[in-house]
Design a protein around this ligand. Structure first.
Ligand code: BTN
Length: 257
């Protein structure tokens, strides 16, 4: 497996650029594009994603999971969260948490968001996946609307009384090396067996009362664990229910988590 890295100072969105290149047949599996800033960074659910110049990581990798069953492709998402958590723990000495399915947190505040996009071919079959990762690295002030829920690596390292000497390039390489290793395992099993125990050890929703925002019938319960398919198990007053990340999102009843 060879990961090929490219860095540009500015782009609308690293996800968008890899999708454009794929449409022109100009990229291959494990190509990574990172940017110093994004002018049109995108988050999940149609939100924007802010990437202040030089203070954050905006990076995307392209995959061509042709041999993977289409319904298993969303399982790639939790793997990316695991890769980020592993890298933060190894390179920054911080304890990372994961909010299902794929926000990475430190001290219950979000430090990383992940946007995975599946692009079909002309016949509607999955063609490629772009895994987009944004990490707050040197950011010291957040928009008041999100300051209770967001943090950066430097803020958290300094809160421990240590000088922050975080390096965006090293963190980016760490993330993608971990991710590619997990992805290669996934290509054999098509499940999350290789990472599920690490994931659940860091699952911040575990034991929390959550509201499942099912568009047809929302419900509440206690989050239990993620299984090898990436689904979240929730104990409700009517028994255990299982929810899939592609269909619903989950909110804490008493706050962000
Ligand atoms: C989220 O809403 O939590 C997901 C944020 C994903 C942001 C990353 S930054 C790199 C890539 N390019 C984008 O436009 N978005 C993703």
């Amino acid at each position: 497996m060879t990961i090929s890295y490219e860095y540009v100072e500015e782009i609308d969105s690293t996800n968008n650029e890899l999708k454009r290149r794929a449409a022109e047949g100009k990229c291959q599996q494990y190509d990574v594009l990172s940017a110093g800033t994004q002018t049109g960074g995108r988050g999940r659910s149609g939100h924007t994603w802010s990437s202040p110049v030089g203070d954050s990581i905006s990076t995307s990798m392209i995959l061509f999971p042709k041999q993977v069953s289409p319904r298993h492709i969303p399982r790639i998402t939790p793997m990316a969260a695991v890769a980020v958590a592993e890298t933060i723990e190894e390179l920054c000495g911080l304890s990372a948490g994961i909010k299902w399915p794929n926000d990475v947190l430190i001290n219950k505040k979000k430090v990383c968001g992940i946007l995975n996009e599946l692009i079909p071919d002309d016949e509607g079959r999955p063609d490629h996946v772009v895994v987009g990762i944004g990490v707050n690295v040197h950011i010291r002030e957040f928009d008041p609307a999100i300051s209770d829920m967001a943090t950066s690596l430097d803020l958290e390292i300094e809160a421990l009384g240590r000088p922050a000497n975080t390096h965006c390039g090293a963190i980016t390489v760490g993330i993608w090396e971990h991710f590619a290793k997990h992805y290669e395992a996934f290509l054999h099993t098509e499940d999350l067996s290789e990472v599920v125990s690490y994931y659940n050890d860091r699952l911040v929703n575990k034991g929390q009362q959550v509201r499942v925002l099912d568009p047809i019938s929302p419900f509440e319960g206690e989050a239990l664990f993620m299984d090898e398919t990436g689904a979240l198990h929730i104990m409700t007053s009517d028994g255990e229910r299982i929810v899939d990340s592609g269909e619903v999102s989950v909110r804490g009843l008493y706050g962000y988590i």
